[in-house]
Design a protein around this ligand. Structure first.
Ligand code: FAD
Ligand code: SF4
Ligand code: SF4
Ligand code: SF4
Ligand code: SF4
Length: 411
């Protein structure tokens, strides 16, 4: 019997798939098993596009095509959850299995809270995530720091704190810490991210903790739900997936690595948020940076929290149309509507043509709101605090305290 909380080393029985896969092919095997056995109608995963820096989200209904999606693309910075809402009808009418990084899983939960995705129809195979690197940064970093032509690289990986490349003629690794001190490395939001093992998925799979003869050849799987337990058991019973108990030392190492990643994320949060300053100083910085905005709506389009058919930022009485710089109200509306639920996925920054650090601003606010009210977005179906406030009670509370503000950013 397999149950929530169980842990395994797992790998595929398919020798060809094992060659293509990142760490033994358990993830692809589980997705394939689910599709072949009518547990789901389709799979959403990621495959290599034009080159290593081009990660393409792919919907697959023929199990034979799944092998194309094996392997980890660390320059794949897209968010899969919003695609489920925008292009797959929120998985309302069919059953979908998908690979999810921490931010993908968090985005799915936030969309589900807003009735934009039907989680009952989604099977989430989580992958641990140390971070992803923007394709533009990766190319520049490989040319400048590794002194290698990015087009000759055929494999990249992040292992033991290094960004490692294999290219025609050799391989090289440089410490991620050193790269990040010089402005390269992972995306800024990834440096601050603490969703390293996505336990809100049905299974959480990764290489941390796989030691001994299975290192690099198996994935460490943590069972996180009954749905995940059933899938894993069925795939093992069918003989397509092999498992063994994890090495106890590996479990300890996995815990230590996760702890070290949390500390690193705390370091980056402190650094990034302190650099923003406090109160008026912070507000002034945000106003200045956002004054470059051209109101292209890319941030709203990509954000997993933005789902409204009638977006307030498009109402002329709130944001005057056709004016540059764009009135600050545009950004205030987003801060007010989203900050409590921001999952720090980085999409609003990554896709901003004016290179405004939107996700830094939003994440800084989310962390403060989390400290004040204890609501953690993206981990479960708990509704954000503001959704739970009864207007009459809240007005009475504010009147009794003599304030009209829940928190005072102008102090
Ligand atoms: P495979 O059978 O090779 O399947 C890999 C799956 O990942 C496929 O479904 C593929 O579509 C999907 N995928 C590939 N790239 C992306 C992407 N960018 N976004 C979403 N899905 C993607 N594990 C750790 O223990 N520590 C880490 O620090 C770590 N960092 C990772 C960072 C990234 C960006 C990714 C994608 C994965 C990371 N992993 C990490 C997980 C690890 O690399 C393996 O994916 C995992 O061990 C499963 O191995 P496998 O052989 O079973 O997967
Ligand atoms: Fe991974 Fe977190 Fe970055 Fe998402 S935000 S890619 S989960 S490190
Ligand atoms: Fe403005 Fe950037 Fe958002 Fe476009 S993506 S609306 S430029 S903040
Ligand atoms: Fe992601 Fe930005 Fe939306 Fe936060 S505000 S969830 S970082 S797109
Ligand atoms: Fe909805 Fe506000 Fe996002 Fe517009 S900015 S889509 S109104 S949450």
């Amino acid at each position: 019997m397999v149950k929530k909380g169980d842990m395994f080393y797992a790998w595929t029985s398919d020798a060809e798939l094992a060659k293509r896969a990142e760490c033994g092919g358990a993830v692809t095997t589980l997705l394939k098993y689910a599709l072949e056995n009518n547990i789901v109608d389709a799979v959403l995963a990621v495959r290599k596009g034009a080159d290593l820096y081009d990660a393409v989200p792919t919907i697959i209904t023929d199990p034979k095509e799944l092998d194309q999606t094996a392997g980890s693309l660390h320059c794949g910075t897209m968010l899969l959850s919003k695609l489920v809402k925008n292009y797959l009808g929120g998985a309302n009418n069919f059953r979908l299995a998908m690979t999810v990084k921490g931010c993908d899983a968090m985005g799915l939960y936030e969309l589900a809270k807003r009735q934009q995705v039907n989680l009952d129809n989604v099977l989430m195979i989580g992958v641990n995530c140390g971070g992803s690197v923007s394709p533009v940064t990766a190319r520049k970093m490989i040319a400048d720091k590794f002194e290698v032509d990015p087009d000759t690289v055929h494999k990249e990986e992040i292992d033991k704190g290094q960004f490692i490349i294999e290219y025609e003629g050799g391989h090289k690794g440089i410490s991620i810490d050193d790269l990040e001190e010089e402005g390269y490395g992972r995306r800024p939001n990834c440096r601050r991210c603490k969703m390293k093992i996505p336990r809100q998925a049905d299974l959480a799979c990764g290489n941390w903790g796989v030691i001994g003869d299975k290192a690099g050849k198996a994935t460490f799987v943590e069972v996180c739900s009954e749905k995940g337990a059933n899938l894993l058991k069925a795939a093992v019973d069918a003989g397509v997936l092999k498992t063994e108990a994890p090495n106890p030392k590996g479990i300890v190492i996995r815990g230590k690595v996760e702890g070290a990643m949390f500390k690193l994320a705390d370091k980056w949060r402190k650094r990034d948020f302190e650099a923003l300053g406090d109160g008026r100083e912070r507000l002034a910085k945000i106003v200045t940076e956002t004054s470059r905005c051209i109101k292209c709506y890319a941030c709203i389009e990509q954000c997993p929290i933005c789902y409204c058919v009638e977006c307030s930022t498009k109402k002329p009485y709130l944001v005057e149309p056709g004016t540059l710089p764009v009135p600050f109200m545009f950004h205030l509306i987003r801060f007010a509507h989203i900050a409590d639920s921001c999952v720090n996925c980085g999409q609003c920054e990554e896709n901003c043509p004016m290179e405004i650090p939107n996700s830094l601003f939003m994440h800084a606010q989310q962390c403060e709101l989390e400290q004040m009210f204890g609501h953690v977005p993206g981990v479960d179906m708990e509704l954000p605090l503001l959704a739970l406030v009864e207007e009459k009670d809240e007005r009475a509370r504010l009147a009794a305290t003599g304030s009209d503000q829940i928190f005072d950013i102008f102090k």
